[in-house]
Design a protein around this ligand. Structure first.
Ligand code: SF4
Ligand code: SF4
Length: 178
């Protein structure tokens, strides 16, 4: 992906990164995780520092839930991240990689049951990270094929760069969305 961004930037194509705060909403509710971050470092602020000064992106889309989160994020724009910001971002990335789908879609075509895995994991983000449970449940309810028909064959997990437990996640999501 870095190569695409670099290529676009070198050839005067505008670039926009979406869904830049993967897993952050759920992490911020996890006090044990938040206590591991360096003192006085906010993940949203550190993320915006990094995105606006260390990448060639032209635009970023970052979901914020209230004015305080907006101010916290926006105040990092254009400022270089310090060592502790980078340390915090590395912890955030490692935590996100344990459970938060990247929505890369690599697993999707592998499923013999045609379960819309990436849609379901996008709805999971609405629920877990944006705390918009109503929207997530309504979208899940509208799916013609849901996660409960997963046979745990694990064909999809072979394609997942994060090695996520896709059938386990589908089962959990189906339980709390239904
Ligand atoms: S484990 Fe479930 S979601 Fe994955 S390929 Fe098999 S049936 Fe599809
Ligand atoms: S391959 Fe993994 S990271 Fe990519 S969409 Fe599927 S579950 Fe998410």
């Amino acid at each position: 992906m870095d190569e695409f961004i670099k290529y676009a930037s070198e050839n005067n194509f505008g670039t926009t990164a979406m869904k830049t705060a993967r897993g952050l909403g759920r992490m911020k509710q996890d006090s044990a995780f938040m206590n591991r971050l360096p003192d006085n470092i906010s993940p949203h602020n550190a993320l915006v520092r990094w995105l606006t000064t260390e990448t060639p992106l032209d635009n970023i889309v970052l979901r914020v839930r209230n004015m305080s989160e907006f101010e916290d994020s926006y105040s990092g724009a254009g400022k270089k991240p310090g060592q502790e910001d980078i340390q915090a971002l590395n912890l955030v990335k490692a935590e996100a990689n344990k459970n938060a789908c990247r929505l890369c879609g690599k697993c999707q075509s592998a499923c013999p049951q045609h379960i819309p895995i990436t849609d379901i994991f996008r709805f999971e983000r609405y629920a877990m990270d944006d705390h918009d449970w109503e929207k997530a449940a309504a979208l899940y309810d509208g799916l013609p094929v849901k996660g409960n028909i997963c046979t745990s064959c694990n064909t999809c997990t072979e394609s997942c760069p994060l090695n996520l437990d896709i059938p386990g996640k589908l089962e959990k999501i189906h339980t709390y969305m239904s």
